[in-house]
Design a protein around this ligand. Structure first.
Ligand SMILES: NC(=O)c1ccc[n+]([C@@H]2O[C@H](COP(=O)([O-])OP(=O)(O)OC[C@H]3O[C@@H](n4cnc5c(N)ncnc54)[C@H](O)[C@@H]3O)[C@@H](O)[C@H]2O)c1
Length: 299
């Protein structure tokens, strides 16, 4: 490495937009960055998503490395090659699969992260346990009472689960869809708040999605009531409730229909078969989703 230029980007989901990418591409051009350069994405999930996209499109693609600094980026966003930006209020509408040359995870960054941001990352770790590994779900619950300092072994295990799934199905033809558990509804809720210029934590929206999609799994007789209650009762105590209005349910359903993972206007989602096991591409009626959203608002 002969020299490095540092480009600082504004933080926040509201800045995960193409106009910021344009500014970076213009800066790359001013700096005469050539195709042998390597982009190092040092930051949270917004930076690894957007930095991956920026590197992948600049001069038809230059190499990039991720050094995630938030828990969410360590266990999820920086691993797996999904890069992208939002289009206005539509989450990750523009993007491509493009894999980093390397990902370096150093838990030392977590010492400056707020408790809410740690919980934000934990949301994706809980998801990994629920879809793939019951023991992971259990150990995460046990550890959650003293979330700081975070147990490095748990981070390693969560990354291992995500990476295992990605290696089976890098381009999300089947198995990888499991990682979208909680996200069909979670993304729609997150988009709703983003469109109203009140961004909420990605992980908190995913927790709302996990609770509602677990309810749907129970109502479709895939998991038993005890498992649903175990998930719901643990998560509602430990995460803030997202307060949307009952009149916004139609808007949430509309946003869900825009989801990249749907086709022909049919809402499909990942559901649980038991804690630690999941099934993809299940078509769910709008009425049942509405019932789930109301259940969430009512508890
Ligand atoms: N590509 C994927 O597979 C994938 C998966 C999950 C989430 N995501 C995306 O990741 C994004 C969320 O990631 P995030 O929660 O890291 O958000 P973020 O990148 O906005 O970071 C959250 C905040 O924490 C700050 N921060 C980062 N590291 C810090 C540290 N060590 N100490 C103190 N502050 C620090 C950031 O500056 C920012 O203000 C969303 O855009 C989501 O869509 C992508």
């Amino acid at each position: 490495l002969s020299y490095a230029e540092i480009i600082e980007l504004p933080s926040g989901e509201e800045n995960k937009q193409l106009d910021i990418c344009m500014q970076v591409w213009e800066t790359f051009t001013d700096y005469q960055i050539d195709r042998n350069a390597i982009v190092i994405n040092l930051g949270g999930g917004v930076i690894s998503d957007m930095g991956g996209l920026i590197a992948s499109l600049y001069k038809r693609g230059i190499k990039f490395i991720n050094i995630p600094t938030s828990l969410l980026a360590m266990v999820d966003a920086s691993v797996g090659g999904k890069t992208g930006v939002d289009l206005g209020g539509y989450k990750n509408q523009i993007g491509l699969f493009s894999f980093p040359k390397s990902v370096f995870v150093d838990p030392c960054f977590l010492t400056t992260l707020s408790l809410d941001h740690l919980k934000n990352g934990y949301a994706e770790m809980f998801k990994h346990g629920l879809i793939f590994d019951k023991d992971h779900w259990k150990e995460l619950k046990d550890n959650f009472v003293s979330i700081e300092p975070i147990n490095v072994e748990l981070i390693k295990k969560s990354i291992f689960i995500k990476n295992t799934i990605v290696l089976i199905d890098p381009f999300e033809k089947n198995e990888r869809k499991k990682l979208n558990f909680g996200h069909t509804i979670g993304h729609a809720i997150e988009s709703l708040f983003l469109q109203n210029n009140k961004p909420i934590f990605h992980g908190f929206a995913v927790i709302a999605g996990i609770i509602i999609e677990s309810f749907i799994s129970f109502r479709m007789e895939l998991i038993c009531e005890n498992e649903f209650l175990e998930i719901k009762e643990f998560l509602i105590v430990n995460y803030p409730k997202i307060k949307f209005d009952i009149n916004q349910i139609d808007e949430i359903l509309f946003l869900m229909k825009q989801d990249k993972k749907n086709n022909q206007n049919q809402i499909k989602m990942v559901l649980l078969q038991s804690i630690g096991s999941s099934i993809v591409d299940i078509a769910v009626d709008s009425e049942l989703i509405e019932e789930g959203l109301k259940m969430y608002l009512d508890y």
